[in-house]
Structure formats: C-alpha cells, structure tokens
Design a protein around this ligand. Structure first.
Ligand code: PEP
Length: 257
C-alpha cells in the first residue's frame, strides 16, 4: 500500500453516551503518541448525540483524532424528521460519514440508490464518505462475493466524478464477519480489496484507484490486525466492537509493533 496512509476508524455503533465519549476519546488521546499519528490516521465514528462533545475535546486539546458520523441524510434540509444533514455534520467538524453500513442496509432498507445519494451528500459538504460494502454468508457460500461486492461499489459510486472519487474511503465488510468474531482471512480481505481497487481503475483511472483507501472491517482485534494489514490492498480497518475498548483500539492502531 505504497503512499496510502492507513486509516483506523472506530465505529461505536449505538454505544457510548456523550459523557462516556469524552472518557473514551481522552483515553485514546493519552494512549496514542505522536509517532502513532504519523503512522496512521485515527478516526472515531460516535453516535450523533456524542459529536458535539467529541468536537469540543478535539478542538480544545488540538487532538489529531478525526471524527465522523455513522450515517448522513441524503437530503440537504427540510421535512425529513429524524435525519441529520451533511451540512450539520460539517458544521460539527466531521471529517467522515459512514454510508451503507450493512446494519443500515439490513435494518433500514438502504439500497444502492440511497447509499449513492448519501455518499454524494457527504461529498457535497466536504465530508469523506466511508462507503461500506460486503457480502452476506449465503453469497459467500455461493462464491459470488466479489461480483456482489463490486455491484455495491458500482451502485454507491454512480455518477460520482473522478475528482470527487478521490475523497472516498471504501470499507469491505463481509456481513458474516461483522460482530461475529469470525474474521476474514488475510487472503479473503486481500482478494476483495484488490478487486475493489481494480474496479476503481475501471470506473475512474489507476491514479484514483492507487490513492483510494480501502479498509477491511469485520471482527478486527489487536491480535488479528497485523496479518490483514500485511496485504497490499488493505489500507486500514473499520473496527466495531474492539473500538469501544481503548487498549484494544490502540493496539490496532499500532499494528506494526
Ligand atoms: C462494523 O460494525 O463496522 C464492524 C466491523 O464491527 P465488528 O468489528 O464488531 O465486527
């Protein structure tokens, strides 16, 4: 992964209230050293209600920890009760917005068109979308995981031009590996991440493909991250459960040790 700085992003999901968020970010700030931030980009993705607290802490201490949201509305503003716009997130200093997480696809019926609209809404507000893709167990068993995942990539990136595609992060998260403890093998992760990079080269060009960070996600822990990161097309991790434990998340950030 020459030239691509790894990104370790912690998806807190629906855990941790705003007070606990302050504690967790402080623990990360005390634990991580300058050398860590030189080696990897570190981001947390808290629930919406925590973002203001995280912003205050990051700003006050000039922390190198970036933060973002777990979702973003496809709409700019208006009568969309319960939604949070990209402009609101940008105002809170969010660098990232997760779009198309498998839990959103599964429990909120998000389809490719909506994921595409959300990615565009993030980009329109200068927020980097972390576009989540990945197959379920059935598809994996049928051996259609690459085809399925690339279909999701095509859908999510539709009509996003090359100059905007540079701002993307893609996370390959096989659904069977999320929250199950069953991590993909480094070979599994590499196979699909390489295929995604190949598709980016087809959709755009080799420069965009070479610059885009492609993360792996699914039961990443301190004990399994090094093997996954050793593969050339894996540029970081989207970490769920293990990101709630500062010691474990710091270990993941220090995967080279
Ligand atoms: C996730 O939710 O994006 C995820 C990868 O979860 P976990 O690490 O808990 O499998």
């Amino acid at each position: 992964n020459t030239g691509r700085k790894p990104l370790m992003a912690g998806n807190w999901k629906m855990n941790i209230n705003h007070l606990e968020a302050i504690k967790l970010v402080q623990q990360l700030a005390f634990g991580l050293k300058e050398a860590d931030f030189e080696a990897v980009d570190v981001a947390v993705l808290p629930p919406f209600t925590d973002l203001r607290s995280v912003q205050t802490l990051v700003d006050a201490d000039k922390l190198a920890i970036a933060y973002g949201s777990q979702d973003v509305s496809a709409h700019a503003s208006g009568a969309y009760t319960g939604e949070v716009s990209g402009a609101m997130l940008a105002k809170l200093g969010c660098s990232y917005a997760t779009v198309g997480h498998s839990e959103r696809r599964q429990y909120h019926g998000e389809d490719e068109a909506l994921v595409n609209a959300k990615a565009k809404a993030a980009i329109a507000n200068e927020i980097t979308p972390i576009v989540c893709v990945g197959e379920g167990l059935e598809v994996r068993r049928e051996g259609r995981h690459v085809e399925h995942t690339l279909g999701q990539v095509d859908g999510a990136l539709e009509k996003i031009p090359a100059d905007q595609a540079r701002a993307l992060v893609i996370a390959y998260e096989p659904v069977w590996a999320i929250g199950t403890g069953e991590v993909a093998t480094p070979d599994d992760a590499q196979e699909v991440c390489a295929a995604i990079r190949g598709r980016l080269a087809e959709l755009y060009d080799t420069e965009v493909a070479g610059e885009t960070r492609i993360l792996y996600g699914g039961s990443v822990k301190g004990s399994n991250i090094a093997g996954i990161m050793a593969r050339s097309d894996v540029d970081g991790a989207l970490v769920g459960g293990a990101s709630l434990d500062p010691g474990e998340f710091i270990k993941i950030c220090r995967f080279r040790d």
